[in-house]
Design a protein around this ligand. Structure first.
Ligand code: HEC
Ligand code: HEC
Length: 187
């Protein structure tokens, strides 16, 4: 490879690497609901810190294209570019998830784990619900938020999941959902 081309490649490599601690301009807006660094402490607002970047990006895109709707969240992505979505997703994925202080009911959590094992949730969500790519991390997410999402999937109020979650949640009753949330919030 000629030296000039090598230099060009080196230059591109440097450009493609954002500074590890760079904070996207729009992250300040998100903090109003999702907390600083996406470490939400309010149960209605999902924790974004430590979520997979790919999943965050897909959700922002889905809100923008009306595949997922929420009166508080949908307006946030109006006019947002794909690059801004990627930058925000990478930023929140890099942050450390907060510790939960929810009072887990040990018996409900035990039943929730049994249900999760029986339903093979971790085939997609991975062990400990750590998430991977487009499959979200659910470990340590807020109790109220988990309940709302599973209930929304079941009622088909949320349908941006290509069928995976709407079919899984169809096999869960309200008690299963409560037990699963006790299990997941404590992971
Ligand atoms: C006014 C409050 C509010 C603000 C500000 C806000 N959000 Fe949200 N966001 C929400 C709510 C509420 C939800 C959950 C909605 C639902 O149940 O679908 C949500 C959900 C999300 C989700 C989906 C998370 C998941 O686990 O599926 C992402 C990603 C997200 N927000 C990113 C952002 C980003 C990035 C910003 C800043 C540009 C932002 N939000 C600003 C209220 C807000
Ligand atoms: C076939 C794969 C698959 C299985 C099995 C599965 N999930 Fe999911 N789950 C997904 C995908 C993919 C999404 C993200 C959907 C989207 O993009 O909206 C998701 C989303 C979720 C969410 C919403 C997370 C958020 O931040 O909004 C919860 C909660 C969840 N799953 C819990 C479970 C539980 C509990 C089980 C077992 C009872 C389970 N999942 C089984 C693939 C799966």
């Amino acid at each position: 490879m000629p030296a000039s081309l090598l230099l060009l490649c080196a230059g591109l490599a440097v450009q493609a690497q954002p500074a590890a601690d760079s904070v996207p301009a729009k992250a300040a807006v998100c903090a109003a609901c999702h907390g600083p660094q996406g470490q939400s402490t309010q149960a209605a607002f999902p924790i974004l810190a430590g979520q997979t970047s790919r999943y965050l990006y897909l959700q922002l895109r889905d809100y923008q294209e009306d595949r997922r709707k929420n009166e508080l969240m949908s307006p946030m992505v109006v006019g947002m570019t794909r690059d801004e979505m990627r930058e925000l997703s990478d930023y929140f994925a890099r942050q450390k998830p907060p510790r939960q202080n929810f009072a887990v009911d040990a018996e409900k959590a035990r039943l929730g784990k049994l249900k999760a094992d029986e339903t093979l949730c971790t085939m997609c969500h991975l062990g400990g619900f750590a998430g991977q790519n487009e499959v979200p991390r659910v470990a340590g997410q807020h109790y109220d938020y988990i309940i709302k999402q599973l209930t929304d999937f079941k009622a088909r109020l949320r349908t941006n999941d290509a069928g995976s979650m709407t079919s899984v949640s169809g096999t869960l009753n309200a008690q299963d959902i409560e037990n699963l949330a006790h299990y997941l919030v404590g992971l």
